[in-house]
Structure formats: C-alpha cells, structure tokens
Ligand binder design. Structure first.
Ligand code: 3EB
Length: 345
C-alpha cells in the first residue's frame, strides 16, 4: 500500500503563527516585503509574511537545501517551498532578462527534480523595472520569452496545465533604490511551491487564457493558468488563484480608473471561484479568499480598499486578512492586480 500523503497546511501570521496542530514544521513563506513594500494589512493579517506553508511531517523528515548561489528550498518529500534569487549583473548574460529568466527556470526545474516534487502548484515572480524597455522590448516580455522557452525545453507544457503564478515589478537599483538594502530587488526573485501530484488547472471563461494571448502582448505568451486546484492531503483541496486583473478577453479594460479596475478584478476572481467550485465539488467564495493586493500607486490604497469592501464586505475574512503591497503590474495600463488563496483552515 502507498504511504499516506503528507498534508500541506498554511499558517498565518508574521511570526509565531497559529500552527495547525502540534509539531507543524515550516517549509517556508513568500516574502512580499522585500522585494516589495507593504502598504497596509487587514485586521487578521499580521504582515507581509502572512502565509507560512507548513507540514505535519516530523522535523527529521525535512530536507533543507541551499546552494549558496540564490537557490534554497525545504521539502518534506511531498511538498517543497523555496526561492531563487538571481542578481542582474554583468554576470547574467549581458544583462538580458530573457537569458536570466531562462536560466532561473532551468535551475528551478532541476531543483524540483532533486527534491522529488516536480509538479508546480504556484509561482511568484518579482523582477526589477518590469515595464521598462530593454533593447527595444519591454522587460516583462523578455522575461516571458525566457520562461516559455525553459518550460518547453524541460518538456513541460507552457500552455494548458501551466502552474498558477503572478509576475510583479519592483524598483530596481536603476530607480535610485540602490542595492538590496533599499528595495531588495536587485534581480529576479522567484518563490515556488511544488508537490508530487499534478494540479488541476482552472481557466476563466471571461478571459482568453494568458498562454494564448495574441502576439501584440509580446512575442511569447506568459506561462500561467488562471488558477490551480491542488489536493493538499486528507481530502483537503486548495485553490491557488494567479494574479488577477482588469482584463476581459485579452484586453485591459477601464484604462486609468483604478476603482473600476478593482471591481472588474473582483468579478474575475468570482468567476474563477465559480469554475473552481464546480470542478472541486466544494464551494470557494470570494469573500473567504486570502488576498494579496498589488497596487501600482500607493495613493490608490483607500479607493481600492473601499471598493473591495463594498464588493466583498468590510468584515469579510477576505478584507480582514488582505495585505496591500506596492508593485508595478506587468501591463503598463494595469493599476491593480490581486492574487488569492482559497485554503482549508
Ligand atoms: C494578466 O492577467 C495579468 O506573467 O506570470 C497575472 C498573473 C499576470 C501572472 C505572469 C501575469 C502573470 O495577464 C498579468
């Protein structure tokens, strides 16, 4: 008989979080700050390190790896959480973000094989100056070239079945925030959550799949699914919703109107929840999601929070647990992007 699967939990809080039962071991957490800047958090969110991925596996079962060159992960052999940080410097192939993202993803895939957890659930991508041009192409589009090529060369689908993800921009050294001290964003930063079993991808019928975006958004499409459903063990299902924005079809809507963009984003989140609920046979409600809200302009915080509260309820778990961070969104005309987790508690 197969060994029982280890269970993945999320613990919440900045430190000393509410552990899910005794002996929970932390696999890791995503640092939203740095590389980004925390603007605000709801009453139930403790701060930027609000989601700690934990396991019930005994501490002795945890493998920890750090190659001393930016790649580190912890795994219980069922689940792996890690990060990869690649500085952008002369060493990184002529400062070309395409080569850098290709190298990053190639290293990531090798690390997942080494950990025995090849299936990606969720990726977080942070890169400096995401909307700036580099040799005639926006850096986000260069990043997409390298990412898609790495998926294909590794024999992974860059289309249907791609993991859930987000891609956000942070200020780079060239913006005057010199070095990691000021912004922590001196290069490409990836966080990753992976497991042994493939996830169930979820798309949004209101939106063209991102991996099918037409070439006017760049020579290679972005590599992510709108959401991923994952069996977290013990009959628990988690929903990982990618960065979600004010896009209908493949087009940005409500140019320059952050409030309308926020409302459209909530409609997209609700739609993804509906599709995921049908697929999973359990209910994911937008009001119950754990939100990370990325704002291009810190001055928009109050307006966005107001519209989110109107849509989801000021006292909803979603609002009480939300964190708000400053980040550049990967399309220059997007003012807000929201990622979300629907997790069993
Ligand atoms: C969008 O819907 C907004 O490149 O990994 C959202 C989530 C977006 C993930 C990515 C980009 C990514 O196209 C941008």
């Amino acid at each position: 008989m197969a060994e029982p699967r280890r269970v993945l939990h999320v613990g919440r809080g900045a430190a000393g979080f509410q552990a899910p039962g005794e002996g929970a071991v932390v696999l890791g957490h995503c640092d939203y700050e740095p590389p980004l800047r925390l603007l605000a958090s709801g009453a139930d969110a403790a701060g930027p390190q609000d989601h700690w991925w934990t396991t019930g596996a005994p501490p002795a079962a945890i493998e920890a790896f750090d190659d001393g060159q930016g790649l580190g992960w912890r795994s219980d052999s069922e689940w792996t959480f890690g990060r990869l940080q690649l500085p952008e410097s002369a060493a990184s192939a002529g400062n070309d973000l395409e080569a850098l993202s290709h190298a990053a993803y190639t290293r990531l895939f090798a690390a997942l094989a080494q950990a025995g957890t090849p299936q990606l659930l969720r990726l977080w991508n942070y890169l400096p100056r995401i909307n700036q041009e580099q040799a005639g192409l926006e850096r986000y589009r260069r990043f997409n070239l390298g990412r898609q090529a790495a998926f294909q060369q590794a024999g992974r689908s860059a289309f249907d079945g791609a993991p859930a993800a987000c891609a956000l921009g942070c200020p780079g050294p060239a913006d005057g925030a010199d070095g990691p001290g000021a912004s922590g964003c001196s290069g490409l930063t990836l966080y990753f959550l992976a497991g042994r079993q493939p996830v169930t991808p979820v798309e949004n019928p209101r939106q063209v799949s991102a991996y099918r975006y037409p070439s006017r958004y760049g020579p290679s499409a972005p590599t992510f699914s709108r959401a991923a459903l994952a069996d977290l063990g013990s009959g628990r299902t988690g929903l990982f919703i990618s960065g979600t924005a004010s896009i209908v079809g493949h087009e940005t809507v409500h140019l320059g109107d952050v409030r309308a963009q926020t409302r459209e984003t909530v409609t997209n989140l609700r739609t993804v929840c509906e599709v995921a609920s049908q697929r999973a046979g359990r209910c994911f409600a937008a009001e119950q999601l754990e939100l990370v809200v990325y704002l291009r302009h810190p001055a928009d915080l109050d307006a966005v929070r107001e519209d989110l509260a109107a849509a989801l309820g000021a006292d909803s778990p979603a609002l009480r647990g939300a964190i708000f961070v400053q980040a550049d969104v990967c399309r220059a005309d997007l003012l807000v992007e929201i990622e979300a987790h629907g997790l069993p508690r």
